[in-house]
Design a protein around this ligand. Structure first.
Ligand code: SF4
Ligand code: ZN
Length: 288
């Protein structure tokens, strides 16, 4: 790991990874052993590794899997999730989008948004809704350093000031929203993949078919090229943002103006939340 000036054997890498997960959780005051954590799991390496390590560290963590209805990809990822939950004896909550709203391919047809945008919207909505309904006070996602740094780069290239005040590894609980945390924000994608492999975690390796032309993949490649030339740049880019830039752009008023959606009660800016509007478009009866 040239960016940390470290070379570790298998055993010490696992130890290092777990110690640093705990360190990040404490540094950002993400949660404690008393919190009820819901881990958003997709069947991929990051989310399964996160669920695994949190349980190993003694946290109360259950899984939430959202079946997106993206053909074979979703079927295979569901299989991985079921098998993994069985292996670790973990409790997993399943939300089937087909029953809730409509599948992602169906939603893409009726929405003006791109696939990943509509998918992100529906996923975030369900993370919060399920956590609230089932009594979890924290939602944890497996976003890693590559995810965070590439999103940061994309937003800097567009000088998206609003975003620069929002992208923090902890989003505190507020009116209608549970706390959201990203305990892997300092680990590279390679590190989470290695941890998953060394622990025999059977994750889905294929990418979602909608991700092929995602701009984020392109930005990740660019950052990896920079990293190859100057190890440590990616981590420094992200950590310096958290330390120097985020505090300047953070605005309290962003959190205001949220009202419960008139249909489902989830917090939203307008009268009816975007997911209920999507439901309406999809011809799903609206119920509170
Ligand atoms: Fe959803 Fe896009 Fe991720 Fe596929 S790549 S699961 S559509 S966010
Ligand atoms: Zn709603």
């Amino acid at each position: 790991m040239p960016h940390h000036r470290l070379s570790l054997c298998k055993g010490h890498f696992v130890e290092w990874f777990e110690k640093h997960t705990e360190k990040t959780i404490k540094e950002f005051k993400m949660f404690t052993k008393n919190d009820k954590i819901l881990v958003a799991i997709s069947g991929g390496k990051d989310s399964l590794a996160l669920w695994y390590v949190l349980r190993k560290l003694g946290y109360k963590a259950d899984g939430l899997y959202i079946h997106l209805g993206i053909g074979e990809y979703s079927e295979r990822s569901k299989e991985k999730v079921y098998k993994f939950a069985e292996r670790i004896g973990g409790n997993v909550i399943i939300v089937d989008l087909k029953e809730e709203v409509a599948t992602i391919p169906e939603l893409v047809k009726i929405s003006s948004r791109e696939a990943c945008s509509v998918c992100g919207l529906v996923k975030r909505y369900n993370f919060n809704k399920v956590a609230k309904e089932k009594g979890y006070n924290v939602v944890a996602t497996g976003h890693n350093l590559d995810d965070e740094a590439s999103a940061l780069l994309a937003n800097i290239l567009n000088w998206n000031e609003k975003y620069l005040g929002r992208k923090y590894p902890v989003l505190e609980e507020e009116e209608g929203f549970v706390r959201k945390v990203k305990p892997f924000c300092k680990f590279t994608e390679k590190e989470t993949a290695l941890y998953a492999l060394l622990n025999g975690i059977d994750f889905i390796e294929e990418e979602c078919p909608f991700s092929e032309d995602a701009t984020s993949v392109f930005y990740k490649e660019i950052l990896n090229k920079i990293e190859e030339r100057s190890p440590g740049t990616k981590l420094r880019f992200y950590l310096d943002y958290l330390r120097k830039v985020y505090p300047k752009f953070k605005k309290e008023e962003d959190k205001k103006n949220l009202e419960p959606c008139k249909v489902c009660g989830q917090p939203t800016m307008g009268e009816v939340c975007p997911v209920c509007r999507l439901k309406e478009k999809a011809g799903v009866p609206l119920t509170g």
